[in-house]
Design a protein around this ligand. Structure first.
Ligand code: SF4
Length: 327
């Protein structure tokens, strides 16, 4: 690991000042950043500790939603009463990832900012990775791509985002609140992550120095009927091959509204509005769910090794809809 300056920020303004230094990066739980630094994938010259900024609360908002401070641990989110009762799909998603120890350290903001686990990205010695070294090529395109993207990829990068939490947040229409020295702004989760295009080194739409301070969830109509399904190679401590967050509202067995977001298939959580619309007005059951699952995976562009993820995705959507509808 290369040497770096370490500063513990006193407050948000102090953090923003410190992060203005060239080569600076924020640090909270460190569960991904420290790995990347040890591997030589990340080499910040200044590390700004933002774990003591008082951003560790979950509060109810006036509109009936919640605000999750960016420094709240993943465990605290998953086990919070308001989350468990109003947003159970978020608890499910978080508890499906990592380990208890990691969830105790990892924060809400850091979870969104974790980097892909593409093996070529994680290997600092491998020569071709546009995300790690822009312009160097993409080892996964012709190499190991079994776990890679079905949607939204580019010739520059076919990696997927690894977060489970973000998939549930996407289904719940979360909004990310950020601070900069010039002011504050809010970014819908749909606009927070970037597809790779020809700049795969940029994972999201944050501007240099911007600090995530909170994640807001609007009131959820899916508290009663939702489900997070994660399919992976082994039962614990593995990233999703495919995951699905679904929410349904029903009236007398008919779908009134639906939300579906896929994980493990793109560089961002992948909402499927056409599949959601196809459910509305139909009886909640196998026929409508199968149709929605077909539509959800329509347009998938599998790579040489991950064609199996198309069928896996359809089955996962189908199973998750059945689970949600029978709760
Ligand atoms: Fe790098 Fe993206 Fe290609 Fe993986 S898929 S090798 S992260 S450019």
């Amino acid at each position: 690991m290369k040497t770096f300056d370490f500063h513990r920020a006193r407050d948000v303004d102090d953090a923003l000042d410190l992060a203005a230094r060239a080569g600076a990066t924020y640090y909270a739980g460190g569960t991904n950043l420290l790995d990347l630094m040890k591997l030589g994938v990340a080499a910040p010259t200044t590390v700004v500790d933002v774990s003591q900024l008082g951003l560790d609360q979950i509060t109810a908002t006036d509109d009936g939603g919640i605000m999750i401070g960016s420094g709240v641990s993943n465990s605290a989110i998953a086990n919070h009463d308001l989350v468990r009762t109003q947003y159970p799909v978020l608890s499910q998603a978080i508890l499906s990832g990592a380990t208890t120890q990691l969830r105790n350290m990892a924060t809400a903001g850091g979870n969104l900012l974790q980097r892909t686990r593409c093996p070529y990205f994680m290997d600092a010695e491998f020569p071709a990775c546009n995300k790690r070294r822009p312009g160097s090529g993409c080892g996964a395109l012709q190499g190991f791509n079994r776990e890679h993207a079905l949607f939204g990829a580019s010739p520059s990068c076919v990696a997927v985002h690894p977060s489970d939490m973000a998939v549930a947040l996407s289904m719940l229409d979360a909004v990310v609140h950020v601070r900069a020295s010039t002011g504050s702004r809010s970014i819908s989760l749909a606009d927070f992550f970037r597809l790779p295009g020809d700049e795969p080194d940029r994972d999201n739409t944050l501007l240099p120095g911007e600090l995530i301070v909170g994640i807001q969830l609007p009131p959820s109509e899916y508290a009663r009927r939702s489900w997070y399904l994660k399919v992976r190679d082994r039962h614990s401590y593995a990233f999703a091959l495919v995951s699905v967050a679904v929410g349904l509202t029903l009236d007398d067995g008919v779908v009134i509204s639906a939300a579906i977001s896929l994980g493990g298939v793109a560089a961002k959580p992948w909402r499927v509005p056409d599949a959601e619309s196809a459910l509305v007005g139909n009886a909640a059951g196998d026929e409508a769910f199968r149709n929605a699952a077909e539509i959800a995976l329509r347009g998938a562009a599998p790579l040489s090794q991950n064609r199996f993820k198309v069928d896996l995705g359809k089955h996962s959507v189908l199973r998750a809809l059945h689970k949600a509808s029978t709760r």
